[in-house]
Ligand binder design. Structure first.
Ligand code: G3H
Ligand code: 13P
Ligand code: ZN
Length: 289
């Protein structure tokens, strides 16, 4: 069932566990996430990026997730979240259709602009009781990774500054903060290492839930330590894409005569569900619904 994210995160903070935020763009991945949450009785965040929204349409993907949340996952709390919102018109549309949380990602802008945009989104979201996540520091993506590998950038310089995070939260009054502490979006390459000391420092200064992005591929030990050090939400996308593709590849190649999309896609649903279950167990959110 759909629940306010603030309520879910307050429970997570008290209980010392984190909630998994999993990206979806279609029925199969949404079903897999919801089935995993229902099976393990875990609270869950189902999120869409702007490009996932563009793949279908805001209302279509929102209603699909809502429908699955209210049927397959009706006994567990589910929040529907916009991930990495950069376009104000998409953010506004998500608030209008019923998302209960939005991410304003102005992390590439200067501090003052990030503050201004975050405050603006908070104002827009307030009336509808929608939670707002902001981002401070640079969490690298694929392009950034190439530059990092070439030695053109220094990861530490991109990380969230704890004192600046405190100031940012005080100025914006947002509900959650995505922080850069050493993870990278996309495929795990081995250069990712959570700066646990920095995380602890941010957690001691910032009294709102912290979000760890780019968590795919991190060793379970590192993820557990990050949760113990103050992370309340863990974002996972790439892990799901990898197992989805692997199973699809196998089913397409094993049974070349099958043309029924349901038969072709069922193994992918099963593998994504297993991966979501694995992450939920690492985060400690099983049986917390
Ligand atoms: O952090 C970003 C997510 O993995 C979304 O990626 O824009 O390709 O949907 P996407
Ligand atoms: P990964 O694709 O590295 O898991 O990152 C997901 C994410 O941070 C979504 O916002
Ligand atoms: Zn992210």
């Amino acid at each position: 069932m759909i629940k306010p994210l603030s309520e879910m995160l307050a429970k997570a903070e008290k209980g010392g566990y984190a909630i998994g935020a999993f990206n979806t763009s279609n029925l199969e991945i949404t079903l897999a996430i919801a089935r995993a949450a229902a099976k393990l009785k875990a609270p869950i965040i189902i999120q869409t990026s702007e490009s996932a929204i563009k793949y279908s349409n805001t209302t279509v993907i929102y209603n699909l997730i809502k429908n699955v949340a209210e049927t397959v996952a009706r006994k567990v709390p589910v929040a529907i979240h916009l991930d990495h919102g950069q376009d104000l018109s998409i953010i506004k549309e998500c608030i209008k259709v019923g998302y209960n949380s939005v991410h304003i990602d102005a992390s590439e802008k200067d501090f003052a602009t990030n503050v201004r945009l975050s405050k603006k989104v908070r104002q827009l979201a307030k009336k509808s009781h929608v939670s707002v996540q902001s981002e401070l520091g640079s969490i690298l993506g694929k392009e950034g990774l190439v530059r990092l590998e070439k030695g053109e950038i220094n990861m530490e310089e991109l990380m969230t500054d704890p004192e600046q995070a405190k100031k940012f939260v005080k100025l914006t009054k947002v509900d959650a903060l995505a922080i850069a502490v050493g993870t990278i979006h996309g495929r795990f390459v081995g250069l990712e290492k959570v700066d646990q000391e920095r995380l602890k420092k941010i957690h001691s200064l910032v009294k709102i839930p912290l979000v760890l992005h780019g968590a795919s591929g991190l060793p379970p030990k590192d993820l557990k330590e990050a949760v113990a050090n103050g992370v309340s939400v863990v974002n996972i996308d790439t892990n799901l894409r990898l197992v989805f593709k692997k199973s699809l590849w196998k089913s397409m190649n094993q049974e070349r005569n099958i043309i029924d999309p349901r038969a072709i896609l069922t193994p992918s649903i099963v593998s994504v569900q297993a991966e979501v279950e694995r992450i939920i167990k690492i985060l400690g959110s099983a049986n917390k619904a």
